[in-house]
Design a protein around this ligand. Sequence first.
Ligand SMILES: NC(=O)c1ccc[n+]([C@@H]2O[C@H](COP(=O)([O-])OP(=O)(O)OC[C@H]3O[C@@H](n4cnc5c(N)ncnc54)[C@H](O)[C@@H]3O)[C@@H](O)[C@H]2O)c1
Length: 250
Amino acid sequence: MAIKKVCVLGAGLMGSGITQVCAQAGYQVAMRDIEQRFVDGGMNIIKKNLSREVEKGKRTQADMDALLGRIKPTVDMKEAATDADVIVEVIIELLEVKKKVFQELETIVKPECLFFSNTSGVSITAMAAVTKRPDKFIGTHFFNPVPVMKLLEIIKGYETSEETLKIALEWGKSLGKETIVVNEAPAFAVNRILCPMLNEAFFVLGEGIANAKDIDTGMVLGGRQVPACADAGEACARGPLRPQERQGRV
Ligand SMILES: NC(=O)c1ccc[n+]([C@@H]2O[C@H](COP(=O)([O-])OP(=O)(O)OC[C@H]3O[C@@H](n4cnc5c(N)ncnc54)[C@H](O)[C@@H]3O)[C@@H](O)[C@H]2O)c1
């Protein structure tokens, strides 16, 4: 199935970013939130991002206008979801609320519509279980800021089909993202590894062992970490397991 129309649910920090990269890649996108002020807030974030690019000469005004023309901001769930090929769920991180939304969607969307969730850690399998299409359900975890961060972590639930995975991978590539695939697990892969490291950095700071600047410099230059918004190729080249791989340990 070819994705043409995307429905993004949630116009917050991540939803607006995902809407922007989808429209940038040429998709028609409906961006839906529960109140007009949230929809307007999401559109303002997108307009601000694009205007900055126009000012810097990275994008023409005509291109910005065309991109905005592909976005349909709305508070109407039916209008947003009825003819969507894929729903990207980007609402608040509460399992019960997400479940309710997916159940409501089941009464609106086409039978072949795919469900993608941007959750940071809610079980993909638990959400998929309340739908009639657990095989068409997958996690698509973007990183903030979405237009800048290259990574898309794709999470397979227990019943996600290979076909759904294939489409999600192609979609991620079409958005200009580098994709990794992980199996369902608490915090998935990236945050599971990142969070203990960040905790330790705070302990080192709190215990007065080093100041924040020296901790950061130490980890960038000695710990093979890269600043959050570094180019993805560089990030891959300096990932924590790369030296281990070279030494034949992994
Ligand atoms: N912030 C991050 O860095 C980050 C990174 C990766 C993933 N995520 C995940 O993305 C999701 C959204 O996070 P965010 O940071 O954009 O949050 P946010 O609070 O900025 O946006 C969430 C939006 O969802 C809307 N919403 C709530 N209930 C809704 C409903 N029933 N239908 C439609 N919209 C609804 C809210 O009004 C709000 O505008 C969460 O699952 C979060 O865990 C966040």
